[in-house]
Design a protein around this ligand. Structure first.
Ligand SMILES: C[S@@+](CC[C@H](N)C(=O)[O-])C[C@H]1O[C@@H](n2cnc3c(N)ncnc32)[C@H](O)[C@@H]1O
Length: 267
């Protein structure tokens, strides 16, 4: 099943979620941030253990920073960037607590800043590894093109890009709640902007089921107004499935169907 392009979250709507406010008019106050699992994503931890992360690392769309903090704690020099000032403030606080914030030049640790992934002025030629954990699917088509081009500009020859986004697949009957990305989209966008794909395949991303709301709640009016009927139906279906399995979940965590792409920069 594939998700039609639908309601597009903005940097402002993300900031509202991080402030604990409804992302959309008419929506209930969120019970939490759906992707805030307070630890690095399991698949990213595995990638790091396999020795794939090297050089100066960019965690783009870093959110609350747990992936970047994990990489810093494993000895990497990391920059976490996100469009939400509230997320960056909280990420800095988590990193300070973990003892990895603001390293001295050239040493392991993490710095966080606010930046738009479709601009990234001031970061030219800086990075050897890019990690994108659930940012790509937040952008519209033009945004994805601009973003892939920015990453080319901000990396060094030989750089690697590890990209995780909603897929069109399902995992145990669970589909992405919205905005899934086709393989053709990824291949076209990366190739057109100077990236060569070494691997593209299915993976999972851990999230909080409760963050997606329950099937008993009304969907926000702005979503109902802007999403195609099939997408709304799919969102309701996902919420119903999460509600049905809620009691079986370990700590409310669900594995969402994602695609992972490992690409390198064509020099
Ligand atoms: C689904 S969250 C993932 C956060 C984090 N990477 C994780 O896996 O926990 C997507 C993040 O992308 C950020 N974002 C969305 N559009 C952005 C943009 N144009 N520039 C920078 N960050 C953006 C949001 O603020 C949000 O923190």
């Amino acid at each position: 099943m594939s998700t039609p392009r639908a309601f597009q979250p903005t940097r402002e709507s993300f900031d509202r979620i991080y402030r604990g406010e409804p992302a959309l008019e008419g929506a209930p106050t969120p019970t939490g941030v759906p992707w805030d699992i307070r630890q690095a994503q399991p698949r990213l931890r595995e990638l790091e253990a396999l020795g794939v992360i090297s050089g100066e690392v960019l965690d783009i769309g870093c959110g609350l920073g747990d992936n970047a903090i994990f990489l810093a704690s494993r000895g990497h020099s990391v920059t976490g960037l996100d469009g939400s000032p509230t997320a960056i403030e909280q990420a800095r606080s988590r990193a300070a607590e973990a003892g990895v914030l603001n390293p001295t030049a050239g040493s392991a640790g993490v710095t966080f800043d606010v930046a738009d992934a479709t601009d990234l002025t001031g970061y030219d030629g800086r990075f050897d590894t890019v990690v994108d954990s659930a940012l790509y699917h937040c952008l519209d088509n033009d945004g994805r093109q601009a973003y892939a081009a920015c990453l080319y500009r901000c990396t060094r020859p030989g750089a690697r890009w590890h990209l995780y986004c909603f897929s069109e697949d399902n995992v145990n009957g669970l589909v992405a709640p919205m905005a899934s990305v086709s393989e053709a989209d990824l291949r076209d966008t990366l190739t057109a902007n100077g990236w060569r794909i070494d691997f593209l395949g299915p993976t999972t991303y851990l999230a909080n089921a409760a963050g997606f709301g329950s099937s008993d709640e009304e969907l926000p009016q702005a979503m109902v107004d802007q999403m195609p009927p099939e997408a709304l139906e799919q969102m309701q279906d996902v919420r119903a499935r999460f509600s049905a399995i809620a009691e079986l979940l370990d700590g409310d965590r669900v594995h969402l169907p994602f695609t992972v792409v490992h690409a390198h920069r064509v020099d």
